[in-house]
Design a protein around this ligand. Structure first.
Ligand SMILES: [Zn+2]
Length: 233
């Protein structure tokens, strides 16, 4: 079983989760890069998972269904314009012989969910490497609780986020904690990966606990202050 990053738009990732030659795509915001990937890797599309309603995570679905009709599209209620199977937060479901756990991660959008399968967390815009999504709902306590929920996952959980924002996130973190040696070390590693055209992701929950200032915020107020600072960075 493997996970591959498919680049979309400027800095989105569509994740391809593959088990025994069957592919699940997570958050296909664009059809063309995903179709190219499926053609090149010569693997059938077995299903699509959506984390939240934003266009850059769902707009590729109709184009994919033109080529792969009747593909199951699983998503939360807020993606009902695209999803064929609406999933509830905290559900579990079986596909590809695997158990997918659905985790509610509201804050960025109201109905945002994440999927945990095989120790891999597909979290859309709820959590980024060294960052988190903007709180478009204005519900900072929901996003704060979301981060606490994610922080409680096993340290080895791999984090597959929806965007390549890591460099900017680390630079922001260093503007807050200029002497943080761990942040500097991770930024160096990330710069090397990006220079080779590789994604900085996946991260892990264990690493995020060390470098993600948003996960380290101990109160909703501290979290909101940090988020406001990042919004203006
Ligand atoms: Zn989003």
């Amino acid at each position: 079983m493997t996970v591959t990053a498919i680049k979309a738009f400027e800095d989105n990732y569509i994740w391809a989760y593959e088990v025994d030659g069957s592919v699940f795509l997570i958050d296909p915001g664009q059809a063309d890069p995903a179709l190219d990937y499926l053609r090149t890797s010569d693997q059938p599309l077995a299903g699509i998972l959506l984390t939240h309603e934003h266009y850059d995570h769902v707009d590729g679905v109709p184009g994919l269904l033109e080529t792969y009709p009747n593909t199951e599209v699983i998503g939360p209620a807020e993606t009902k314009a695209f999803a064929t199977t609406i999933i509830q937060a905290e559900d579990t479901f079986e596909r590809l012989g695997k158990t997918f756990q659905v985790i509610p991660v509201p804050g960025h959008t109201k109905g945002h969910i994440a999927y945990l399968v095989d120790g891999k967390l597909f979290c859309g815009d709820a959590l980024f490497m060294a960052g988190c999504g903007r709180v478009f709902t204005g519900d900072y306590s929901a996003q704060y609780e979301t981060l606490k929920r994610l922080k409680a996952l096993p340290d080895a959980s791999e984090v597959y986020a929806g965007h390549e924002y890591t460099r900017t996130n680390l630079n922001f973190a260093l503007s807050v904690e200029p002497n943080n040696a761990k942040l500097k070390e991770v930024l160096k590693d990330v710069e090397a990966k990006l220079a080779q055209g590789k994604p900085s992701l996946p991260s892990t929950i264990g690493l995020e606990k060390e470098i993600n200032l948003f996960l380290q915020a101990n109160t909703v107020e501290a979290f909101k202050a940090l988020r406001d600072q990042r919004d203006n960075f």
